[in-house]
Write a protein that binds this ligand. Structure first.
Ligand SMILES: Cc1cc2nc3c(=O)[nH]c(=O)nc-3n(C[C@H](O)[C@H](O)[C@H](O)COP(=O)(O)OP(=O)(O)OC[C@H]3O[C@@H](n4cnc5c(N)ncnc54)[C@H](O)[C@@H]3O)c2cc1C
Length: 384
């Protein structure tokens, strides 16, 4: 049986983030890493957007940065000064190429293409079964989705599903310095829906139509919504579609196991997708950085929770409101952005706010409906 010190199962965003962060530690300790994925990961299959205060490890592949965001709805329009944050975009194709260049030739890293059938722990070792062959390590880090039985009586399950087009317009249409974080001026029939517009130049932008609901839409429905938004809100008739992206991100308050003995879960599989927003990229970076820090400090990768547990409750309350529709998403986010500074909201959505800041923010929201959602959510847990 081939033995390694560490195995990373799944070489997507979290697997590669961890592997790249681990390199100095591997070099210092002369430890060996196996990185395995079933896919080759050569295409640009995702665009990751996130906000952060300082440049992090993947700054070299940041494709575009914005210092200004805007929010729009039928209830409010606001330009958001996001200082000290910057909003950034990374194209996954660039990220895969960059990490391939660093990881593939490294003498302490073995990259393998194969299907991981199973990850498990026994005594003081961890194992993965790849295409019928067993490999062992001190620890396995897995970003391969865990199979979980849904419990709709207890928890909420929504999907954030979206279709985005990079369009090129004939005439200058966009302000490349300002990205639209959410524009709810789109049909709300299928669920809370908004468009975000990420301008790459005066003539080019990623325009993405996003819906929070239980079911995906037909391909045609996304297309109709995007065409309508481009025509009516961007007032643009002549454009060509350069690239397309479709995605589904699970949004749930169902607790996810983060570790099973010597198997540690990463990324979406480890519950690092924020239940109420779908944002994951920054949580992955914080999680993988914390693992490596712990390895350096103590030689083991076991870390305590990344965020206080109260943030799971906040996500559950927001999910309850979004899934019951007791207040439309448009009203919740409009109130939030109208009455609070962008800096406070971004800090809160990063799970980094203090309790005092959270109370201030909650007092600006629809207090009665939020209290009712808290009550409903608590009753769901007690009854089931
Ligand atoms: C289209 C799209 C856009 C997104 N945009 C954003 C965004 O803007 N901002 C943000 O914060 N989040 C975003 N997300 C959410 C999240 O950041 C991404 O899904 C991110 O890729 C999650 O990283 P991960 O490592 O958990 O999963 P992945 O990146 O999907 O990596 C998991 C890897 O496991 C591999 N794998 C799965 N099963 C097996 C198996 N049996 N054997 C071997 N390998 C296997 C897969 O091939 C994959 O490479 C987006 C998600 C999607 C789908």
């Amino acid at each position: 049986m081939e033995q390694f010190d560490y195995i990373i199962a799944g070489a997507g965003c979290s697997g590669r983030s961890l592997a790249t962060r681990m390199l100095p530690y591997l070099e210092a300790t002369n430890k060996r890493l196996l990185l395995v994925d079933q896919a080759e990961k050569k295409t640009n299959d995702k665009t990751w957007c996130f906000w952060e205060k300082n440049a992090d490890l993947f700054e070299p592949v940041v494709f575009k940065t914005w210092n200004q965001l805007s929010f729009a709805s039928s209830l409010t329009n606001k330009n958001l000064d996001i200082h000290p944050y910057q909003y950034k975009m990374i194209r996954s194709g660039d990220f895969y190429a960059y990490t391939d260049k660093i990881l593939t030739p490294h003498p302490l890293v073995t990259c393998l293409q194969g299907n991981v059938e199973k990850s498990y722990s026994e005594k003081d070792r961890a194992y993965v079964l790849i295409d019928g062959v067993v490999y062992s390590a001190d620890y396995v880090f897995s970003s391969i989705p865990q199979i979980q039985e849904k419990k709709p009586d207890r928890y909420h399950y929504l999907l954030q599903h979206f279709e985005g087009w990079i369009i090129e317009t004939e005439n200058p249409t966009f302000d490349p310095e300002c990205a639209t974080l959410m524009d709810f001026n789109t049909s709300q029939q299928a669920g809370s829906s908004f468009v975000y517009v990420l301008p790459l130049s005066p003539n080019q932008a990623l325009v993405e139509y996003t819906v929070f609901s239980e079911q995906e839409l037909t391909k045609e429905a996304y297309s109709i919504a995007l065409k309508q938004y481009i025509r009516e809100q961007l007032q643009c008739e002549h454009y060509s579609i350069k690239e397309q992206e479709h995605g589904v991100i699970p949004m749930s308050d169902h607790p996810i196991r983060k570790q099973q003995a010597r198997v540690i879960y990463l990324g979406t599989a480890g519950g690092f997708t924020k239940g109420s927003t779908g944002y994951t990229f920054r949580f992955i970076q914080k999680h993988t950085a914390a693992i490596v820090k712990q390895l350096i400090n103590s030689g083991n990768p076991n870390i305590s929770a990344l965020s206080a547990s109260r943030f799971n409750l906040y996500d559950a309350i927001l999910l309850n409101l979004l899934s019951t529709g007791h207040i439309p998403g448009e009203e919740i986010f409009s109130r939030m952005f109208k009455k609070n500074s962008a800096m406070k909201i971004l800090k809160f959505l990063d799970n980094e706010s203090s309790i005092a800041e959270e109370i201030q923010l909650f007092l600006t929201l629809q207090k009665q409906e939020f209290a009712m959602a808290l009550f409903n959510r608590t009753m769901k847990l007690i009854r089931n």
